[in-house]
Design a protein around this ligand. Sequence first.
Ligand SMILES: *Cc1c(COP(=O)(O)O)cnc(C)c1O
Length: 406
Amino acid sequence: MIPFSPPRVDQKTVDAVSETLLSGWITTGPKTKLFEKKLAEYIGAPRVIALNSATAGLELMLRWFGVKEGDEVIVPAYTYCATANVVEHCGAKVVFVDVNHDFNINISEVKKAITNRTKVIMPVDIGGMPINYDDLIRLVNEPEIKKLFNPENENQQKLGRIFINADSAHSIGAKYKGNYTGTQADAASFSFHAVKNLITAEGGGVALNLPEPFGNEEIYKFLNLYSLHGQSKDALAKTQVGGWKYDIVEAGFKCNMTDIQAAIGLVELERYDGDTLKKRRYVFDRYSEKLSAYDWAEVPVYETEEKVSSYHVYMLRIKPANEQLRDKIMEKIAEKQVAVNVHFQPVPNFTYYKNKGYNVMDYPQAFKNYEQEISLPVFYDLTDEQIDTVLNAVISSVEEVLAIHA
Ligand SMILES: *Cc1c(COP(=O)(O)O)cnc(C)c1O
């Protein structure tokens, strides 16, 4: 079986973890601080905080902005559930909007969805392809839109407009107009989960990019406390002589990154652009070169004049497919021992959200994208021979199913 996206783990990873385990310090400490510093340098963001997931980052930022019951947060219908679930955790209302043919959030739909309760927009760089950041930033700064914004606390007053809390779970290393993602939105959460491009087993990080008069260092300090029970000293500071006494200044959460995770991340980051991304791009190119020749195939766009993807998910679409045909094609591919996936099932179509009254048919483009989509395996250790096996399995399965149903 060719797996879908096993993590990149080799002796270097194993050595880094062993060294950390034996170092005497395994939770948040020097490795985590170094990983944060290197991430900020790589991305070009003023500050990065490392956490145990992207989900935690998205939620902490919503809470930092004071999102609560009665507020609305705009989320694309086509994403992983995390983007919407964190809004639910805060007691606010998820306002789904439809996406474009290119899978990313539709900015004119965002504009239509804004009300005087809208506090945050959470765009998603789907598959690693950045959204149209300039259009979204222009929108939240439009005088009419700013006039609608109703600040209810100090941070909201200071920002004076809707907060852009980007879900960049897929897009570490992607570029928008020459800059890495994580430098456009006010805050951007990256995921280092086992299936993502850059792994720490589980993990995430928030790139902070808040404009003046905010201080990103100050926000970092707050998030550092907030991700560790609001405790005024972390575990490392408490080990210093006379350092036992601490205070609790917030009813904080517990979502810090450990040094074991950071050790993996440091190995990953060092070889990311020069090696990992190159390989992922190679796989994308090989898939597209071959599949572009077929009328039924719509290959993903992963490079334009303005954008370069992080090559996270190879999102193929089968143009003549509907949900049933797509599922049949996937069955046939699986029979040929190739693991494929669908990114994504639109969130309004899940039971929890359906029960709250959402209907996927209100987001027709998201549903159409979903019906035609099949994601192909992309990972560092994928061989040329395996790439050919995947291509043959996909092509023969599509042609079998389309011939039957022609
Ligand atoms: C993976 C993913 C997340 C969540 O990342 P975690 O690090 O697992 O919390 C959020 N959004 C999207 C679009 C994802 O694919």
